[in-house]
Write a protein that binds this ligand. Structure first.
Ligand SMILES: [Zn+2]
Length: 93
């Protein structure tokens, strides 16, 4: 099966080289999975958050699922997972 290609900010890249990232309302990455795990945001969100009620709540809270390439992942998601980002952390000092 040929690699599925996606358009990412005007560039065409193989989906397998991308990552789905779940960002919370503050823009802080909370989850990440390989690009080929899902074909669109909705399917990716279902994998992050299986229950419809929980997804609806996340959407109300401003969560979003984005497809990013490796460079964006390093810049926008990795610092969050490593605890080095500047985002507000709920309850943090
Ligand atoms: Zn963050």
């Amino acid at each position: 099966m040929p690699d599925l290609m996606v358009n990412l900010g005007g560039r065409t890249v193989p989906l397998k080289d991308c990552f789905w990232v779940l960002f919370n309302g503050d823009g802080c990455a909370e989850g990440s999975q390989l690009g080929r795990c899902a074909v669109d945001e909705e399917q990716a969100h279902k994998r992050f958050t299986p229950r419809q009620r929980d997804r609806d709540r996340e959407i109300r809270q401003g969560y979003r699922v984005e497809l990013v390439d490796r460079g964006q992942w390093r810049r926008e998601a990795e610092p969050c997972f490593m605890g080095r980002c500047q985002h507000e952390k709920g309850g943090a000092e």
